[in-house]
Design a protein around this ligand. Structure first.
Ligand code: AHM
Ligand code: MG
Length: 311
């Protein structure tokens, strides 16, 4: 039996990642291995915030943030990072070449329901990311903690999008390489639907999906919902805003650690990500907590929804 392809081997031989970038991605994958283990073994969140002795427990999102920080610090390659759990850019190692942006635990409100959750990462070369765009990322990856733990990465530049499964001895081995997303969608995943009361374009998009009898798949965790598109090779996921008075006028999702990394992965797989008016990869980063509307997935469907949003 031939040996399975490991993540490290793939980064090195298939994607020809720079030495430091390869080590950084492997270090991130190690942090996620421990996050995966913590999800499987802790009752935090599942049982409420107190343990059986009545003590406050560290919530999983804080634990995940600490684990990623630990591995990024040890890697020696990261000058700074931006986490959804931190209000500001955090400086690490002045000699490091990379900035890592991440959401350590996406879908954390689903922990008590035992639904799938995930982690999202984008990697930039150099320090300050303000004023730059997600197109400047040099890598993006996500880890889905579902019935099995799956890591999907890309280095962009035509090198493809590749998925790995965390096996029982704690190694990531190749599951599927060169994931592709086709131009037409049969499945839809509509987030922030509360917006249709004040956004007539979004209401039209929702009605068209119902009229066309497309298949609804929405879990409430964007990592799981967008992974569904990569796994099935088609689909559309949206999270757009309502009027200026609404709770999320620009949709709920964060540009830097949620929309940007997925846009980089999606374009590499042949799909597209839009804010409704611009390619997400070209929307400049103005602050770390900026929100952007997101319409992502099969090209023709994203374009069709963009037209309805502007009708
Ligand atoms: P989180 O990072 O605080 O978990 O929030 C992001 C999540 C996304 O995964 C998901 O698509 C969205 O929030 C769901 O929002 P809602 O609960 O409003 O449907
Ligand atoms: Mg999130």
């Amino acid at each position: 039996m031939s040996n399975p392809v490991s993540l490290n081997w793939h980064l090195n031989h298939h994607s020809q990642a720079d030495h430091d970038l390869r080590h950084l991605i492997v270090d991130i994958s190690r942090a996620c291995k421990y996050i995966s283990y913590a999800i499987q073994t802790t009752e935090a969140g599942l049982s409420g915030s107190k343990n059986s002795f009545g003590e406050e427990q560290l919530t999983l999102d804080v634990l995940a943030d600490d684990l990623v920080r630990e591995y990024l610090s040890e890697s020696g390659t990261v000058c700074c990072y931006v986490s959804e759990e931190q209000p500001d850019i955090v400086e690490l190692d002045k000699k490091g070449d990379y900035t890592v942006v991440f959401d350590p635990l996406d879908g954390s409100s689903l922990v008590d329901a035992n639904f799938s959750i995930g982690s999202i990462f984008g990697i930039y070369k150099g320090g300050d990311i303000i004023g730059r765009t997600p197109r400047e990322q040099v890598a993006a990856l996500y880890v889905l903690y579902g019935p099995r733990t799956v890591l999907t990465y890309t280095l962009g530049n035509g090198k493809g999008v590749h998925s790995f499964i965390l096996n029982d001895v704690g190694e990531y081995t190749l599951l599927r390489d060169h994931l592709g997303v086709g131009d037409d969608a049969k499945v839809y995943s509509p987030g922030n639907l509360r917006a249709i009361t004040t956004n007539s374009g979004y209401k039209s998009a929702m009605h068209s999906w119902l009229d066309e009898e497309k298949t609804l798949r929405y879990s409430g965790c964007m990592v799981a919902d967008i992974h569904h598109i990569f796994a099935k090779g088609q689909g559309i996921f949206s999270n757009v805003g309502g009027g200026t008075e609404s709770k999320y006028p620009n949709g709920k999702l964060r540009h830097v650690f949620e929309c940007g990394p997925f846009a980089f992965l999606m374009e590499e797989a042949g799909g597209i990500a839009s804010s409704g008016s611009e390619n997400i990869l070209d929307v400049p980063i103005t602050s770390v907590d900026q929100r952007t509307p997101l319409i992502i997935g099969s090209k023709n469907e994203v374009e069709r929804v963009n037209n309805l949003l502007h009708a």
